[in-house]
Design a binder for this molecule. Structure first.
Ligand code: ATP
Length: 362
């Protein structure tokens, strides 16, 4: 039994279905990231788990108990929001202790738990300070500490790091990951930042238009996207998604499939069922091409019409007969603007999607 179970969870606002029949299990000790574009229903899902929104349909179970009709305080959940409100006139120690006062915990136990949390979150030095004298990262840690001090059943985080600058966000990502793995509770983190989801999440649920598109470990979300939406959403620069027409098995010795890509006849090193004859979408990440010295049966040709330096790498934009392709190369190997080049999609790194946009297993 998972610690958090969502079954057919649905939320409507008038005609809009914000969350559409969501099924999700989060195990004890697992960090589940809800990832997706703005408005896809992540926060609404989280708020329903926390009891801040009522579900129109479906069930929410926490440790096996249906909690749909329980108020937030009765669900034994800790929530950390993007806009954490600390009590400005209370010290860090008193901010941390606040939830325990409400539960009538005795003073000695409060002191023990405050000290324990301060140790874990490296806030010992700041216990006597008020929030106005803390850095943003310290304030964020106090907000997290205040949420976990009650020893709740599970944790819900809504964009917990989005207010921090990039350097601090990177540091806090590591700290939150370590903290959550020590606490061994089910956690759900809402984020629109894919790096955050890929680094913190044990699994990621990618949402789009109220639906869950895929739930998988970070590597599988990246390496085996279930459909075109996930393929295009995860990874920067974005995966090239190219229409492939007239698909048929290659009759030559080298095998693979023959098809039209960017209005060029190309042989791709993938094996498809011999009967496959519908149009497909070919997905190739910009880092999954090799530069070829000349045109060949397994290359695509194009002209470089834009170059974007990215430090050690360079992003080339190619105009081909029918498409724009993004190709990343080592900056030392980058050809000049206007050059006609030939790129070879790397075997084992090619994704195929059927007419409905679903992954074709190859
Ligand atoms: P973001 O990353 O921008 O916070 P999100 O994925 O968390 O987006 P939600 O906040 O869950 O998305 O919103 C899902 C949809 O429901 C959106 O279209 C939003 O406009 C709508 N919505 C959310 N709350 C309400 C509300 N109280 N009344 C009406 N519509 C709402």
């Amino acid at each position: 039994m998972a610690d958090i179970e969502l079954r057919n969870l649905t939320k409507r606002y008038g005609a809009l279905t914000a969350v559409d029949s969501v099924d999700l299990d989060v195990e004890a000790g697992e960090v589940m990231c809800l990832l997706g574009p703005s408005g896809c229903g992540k926060t609404t899902t989280l708020r329903m788990i926390g009891g801040l929104e009522w579900a129109n349909e479906g069930d929410i179970f926490i440790s096996g108990k249906r909690v749909n009709n329980l108020k937030p305080a009765q669900r034994n959940i800790a929530m950390v929001f993007q806009f954490y409100a600390l009590y400005p006139s209370l010290t860090v120690a008193d901010n941390l202790a606040f939830p325990l006062h409400a539960e009538n915990v005795d003073k000695a136990e409060i002191d023990r738990r405050v000290q324990h949390i301060a140790n874990i979150l490296e806030l010992d030095h700041a216990l006597g300070r008020i929030p106005g004298r803390l850095s943003e990262g310290e304030k964020q840690r106090v907000a997290v500490g205040r949420a976990i001090i009650r020893n709740p059943q599970c944790f819900l985080f809504d964009e917990p790091l989005s207010r921090l600058d990039i350097a601090l966000r990177q540091e806090m990502r590591g700290q939150i990951k370590m903290l959550l793995s020590d606490l061994n509770k089910a956690s759900v983190i809402v984020t629109h930042d894919q790096i955050e989801a890929l680094t913190i999440g044990d699994r990621i649920a990618v949402m789009n238009d109220g639906l869950i598109e895929q739930v998988a470990i970070p590597h599988d979300i990246f390496a085996s996207p279930a459909n075109i939406f996930v393929a295009g959403f995860i990874g920067t620069p974005q995966m090239n998604l190219i229409a492939g027409r007239n698909v048929k098995p290659n009759s030559g010795d080298e095998g693979g499939v023959e098809l039209q890509l960017c209005r060029q006849d190309v042989i791709l090193p993938v094996e498809l069922a011999a009967s496959y004859n519908a149009d497909i979408t070919v997905g190739v990440r910009p880092r999954s091409f090799d530069l070829a010295s000349e045109s060949a049966a397994d290359t695509i040709s194009g002209m470089i019409d834009l170059i974007e330096p990215m430090g050690a790498e360079t992003l080339l934009h190619l105009t081909t007969e029918g498409e724009e392709l993004r190709v990343v190369t080592d900056h030392r190997a980058a050809p000049p603007l206007g050059a006609q080049i030939h790129v070879r999609p790397r075997a084992g790194q090619i994704h195929l999607f059927d007419e409905r946009g679903m992954r074709i297993q190859i």
